[in-house]
Design a protein. Structure first.
Lengths: 360, 360
């Protein structure tokens, strides 16, 4: 379905929501298009690229409408390697603490990395002229939300300060191939360092404004609620809007629960830090956090990409739990337990990674 | 001494290193100059403002030297409310876990907030023309380090991307008064969201370059080392350079160990998040983290400032521990215990705040 590999874990068929098995991401600097997770709130729009237009309006000097040819003619193409991470990534670990009804049990593979190519949002914004009082840049897609059924197009915003940075793209290409329909063709936003929800697919409109987006998916969901709140009783503005990504990591291989030969075993995973931060260290423990050793970190592909890591641990006969935890370039460390970060919508589980192995 | 209040906790006389009692910061949006912590590595230079010059060189089109009058004439004055936090803030909590020889036991008051006024580093850099390949902007002060005795001027760098942001100032004024000698007169850097060590005082030189500063205080110290390393055996580049500030918080009143009347007691503190992040929530617990309630947050003074918080807790007769923990706008939470973040130089203790009260 949608050109994805056969072993995708499909959380929902329409809207299509699916992630690969964690091991499919292991050791791969960039993620193949057929393996890249897909998170949607409506059916995939069918858009004729020749008829597609992008409207740019709001607090700009020269509101304008662009076709694909206009974007290609007016602006230089740039490529950026960037990781996208769904705010619901690793929700399954929170559901183990307490149920989260109505939300998909995403594992750690709602995180993936691609080489995106397209034009800079900054170049487009400078072309139309942004007013000095602008604080936010809102994006609206062509997809109509059915889950939940808002009946309105999907959208969201990022701060103008971010939108003017060179890494924020209107992407038409993914890993050197034309952007596929399931990932937002003909043009999507790629806002590195922000939750995937802000990288709006099937982009149709950019609005420069003085406040964050009031779209349902920013004002009423993708928000951190305190544990005691019933999410069905909340309204726009309750809790805290998510945006930047917090430092996170998980194990990709071996599988959680795997039997492995007793003795040295290589454990691999990824770590990711949002915003202007990068991953600087990953620690691994097999004695419940009493002692830690540093994992080997793979190269930093770009300031906006995850880092893979690996460590060889000694697996005894019987059960052992492998813990992993990442530090970002501010020396921020992941919090210890999912109980600490549990929230009613199940976002941003960035507690320490835990996999159980059985040595035989 | 140096115009500071009489009850400063003086960790060292020369270089002068001192912080106020925590309660002196409680509830004060900005910190009086006489209360603002002071962290130094050398004696305070005496600089004649009329003779002072600033050299700007490196990867720039037009290297230049500026006097104070030049800065005032060429550039617009801007004011920014910003919090500075020493990377050693709250080290005392790490020393309780394991001793950290040779490093001062800073409490939570190596954090303070002022209204800084001066010119934007970005305006100065645009005036001299920054090369496209520049990645870092290095600052050098007039102070010669004696603790440790490097015999060389103090310095450090920030990414060029940050230096070109409007909030980074060359400040000559603090809370509306001329910058005092102890805080870097006539001109210091204020780099909001970065560890205080990067806000170089007694500034004499700005160098635009292609790599981070190789100054001792960036290449060889102010680095996060793994717990097992002996810091006396390390060299330049070991561990990870600190830079951006991780989310943190502490209690400012009542004092740790205070006797208070049993019944409702108001606990107050601060929380701070570095970089582009702000504090969005603070939780307080009196049952060892089993349950939490949200503190009241004071207004966000600027994107670069701490937020004070307060909560009324029920203090029983006998001993009780009050825990506090902050969340930043990426939904990053402070890690639980100082044992988790302990490191050989004692930097970035951002574990949950803990104060012990005794109800009578």
């Amino acid at each position: 379905m949608w050109g994805k590999r056969d072993d995708m874990v499909v959380h929902q068929v329409d809207p299509y929501n699916a992630e690969p098995p964690p091991r499919a991401l292991a050791g791969e600097d960039t993620t193949a298009v057929d393996t890249f997770y897909s998170r949607n709130h409506g059916s995939v729009p069918e858009i004729d690229p020749d008829a597609w237009t992008l409207r740019v309006d709001g607090l700009v000097d020269r509101p304008a409408t662009f076709g694909l040819d206009d974007l290609r003619r007016l602006f230089t193409e740039h490529t950026e390697t960037a990781t996208l991470q769904c705010a619901g990534n690793r929700r399954a670990g929170l559901i183990e603490v307490r149920d989260i009804p109505g939300e998909a049990p995403w594992g750690p593979a709602a995180t993936a990395t691609a080489r995106w190519a397209g034009v800079r949002v900054a170049d487009l914004l400078r072309h139309v002229g942004v007013h000095h009082d602008a604080t936010d840049v809102a994006f609206t897609g062509a997809d109509i939300a059915t889950s939940p059924a808002t009946g309105a197009p999907y959208g969201g915003s990022i701060p103008a300060r971010k939108a003017l940075m060179p890494e924020v793209l209107l992407a038409w290409s993914m890993n050197g191939e034309p952007l596929p329909a399931i990932h937002g063709a003909p043009v999507r936003v790629v806002a590195p360092g922000y939750i995937g929800a802000r990288s709006v697919k099937w982009l149709e409109r950019i609005t420069v404004q003085e406040e964050p987006s009031d779209n349902f998916f920013q004002a009423s969901t993708y928000r951190l609620l305190p544990p005691e709140v019933d999410p069905s009783s909340t309204g726009p503005g309750d809790g805290v809007a998510l945006g930047l990504v917090a430092v996170n990591s998980d194990v990709l291989s071996p599988d959680d629960g795997a039997q492995v030969p007793a003795g040295p075993t290589t454990v691999t995973g990824y770590a990711f830090a949002g915003g202007d931060r990068t991953v600087v260290r990953v620690d691994v423990s097999t004695d419940d956090g009493q002692t830690w050793r540093q994992a080997e970190l793979a190269a930093q592909l770009s300031p906006w990409a995850w880092r893979h890591w690996s460590a060889t641990v000694e697996v005894p006969r019987g059960d052992v739990t492998v813990l992993a935890r990442a530090w970002d370039s501010s020396a921020a460390l992941q919090p210890e337990r999912p109980e600490h970060v549990w929230n009613p919508k199940g976002y941003v589980n960035n507690s320490w990674a835990r996999v159980h192995l059985h040595g035989v």
